[in-house]
Write a protein that binds this ligand. Structure first.
Ligand SMILES: Nc1ncnc2c1ncn2[C@H]1C[C@H](O)[C@@H](COP(=O)(O)OP(=O)(O)OP(=O)(O)O)O1
Ligand SMILES: [Mg+2]
Length: 208
């Protein structure tokens, strides 16, 4: 197997192979593909990584550390939070389990006792260049509010999140428009910027 560690040659960092985006969520992968296009060479691996409890950034970083060990190479992962301001940021990283158990209506009901229905969607990408490298994080946030579900129900909590300045929920928006303002789109812009600045090169089989 190719060396797992990143090394520096001349002015650039050489990665042993292209970055593997690790996720158990096919929809996330679809969005990442659509947003990154050809800008960063990456492959994907479907794996449900264990998730810590704790602060969102630590959860994302720990996913990257575990993924880099699994893959034995450079990885990109992300963790998504939906944070209700009235609930001091909860459900946050636990939104997946809240959504599974109580659904869109239950999530709206959580806010029944509060006038403040505002929320933000947050996406934290973590890039680990190898199994022993400290992950770097890239954070995208989009402010909005929680509304009764509207629009197609094919991606998580999209139907109940209406970004500020829009009449439509994420689910109702055309995909390209959503990606321009979404938490995932913003975070991936930072990832792209990092790749442009770092100018990684990838070792191919012919050079090993
Ligand atoms: N853009 C989005 N719009 C709506 N729902 C989303 C969006 N992104 C993620 N979700 C959902 C999917 C999950 O239920 C939850 C996020 O949990 P998270 O742990 O980040 O994803 P996941 O467990 O499905 O994939 P992964 O394997 O990458 O962790 O929010
Ligand atoms: Mg997850």
């Amino acid at each position: 197997m190719a060396a797992a560690a990143a090394r520096t040659v001349g002015s650039g960092v050489v990665l042993p192979r292209s970055v593997t985006f690790v996720t158990g969520n096919a929809k996330k992968l679809e969005e990442v593909r659509a947003i990154l296009g050809q800008s960063i060479p990456f492959q994907s691996l479907k794996l449900d990584l264990p998730e810590l409890q704790g602060e969102p950034e630590d959860i994302s970083k720990e996913k990257a550390r575990i993924a880099a060990k699994e893959v034995n190479g450079p990885v990109l992962v992300e963790d998504t939070c939906l944070c209700f301001n009235a609930l001091k940021g909860l459900p946050g990283p636990y939104i997946k389990w809240f959504l599974q158990k109580i659904g869109h209506e239950g999530l709206n009901n959580l806010l029944m006792a509060y006038e403040d229905k505002t929320a933000y969607a947050m996406c934290i990408f973590s890039l680990a260049l190898g199994p022993n490298a400290e992950p770097m994080t890239f954070i995208g946030k989009t402010q909005g509010r929680i509304v009764p579900a509207r629009g197609p129900n094919d991606f998580g909590w999209d139907p109940i999140f209406q970004p500020h300045g829009y009449d439509q929920t994420y689910a109702e928006m055309p995909k390209e428009e959503k990606h321009k303002i979404s938490h995932r789109g913003k975070a991936l812009e930072l990832v792209k910027l990092h790749f442009a600045e770092a100018r990684y090169t990838f070792q191919t089989d012919s050079t090993t």
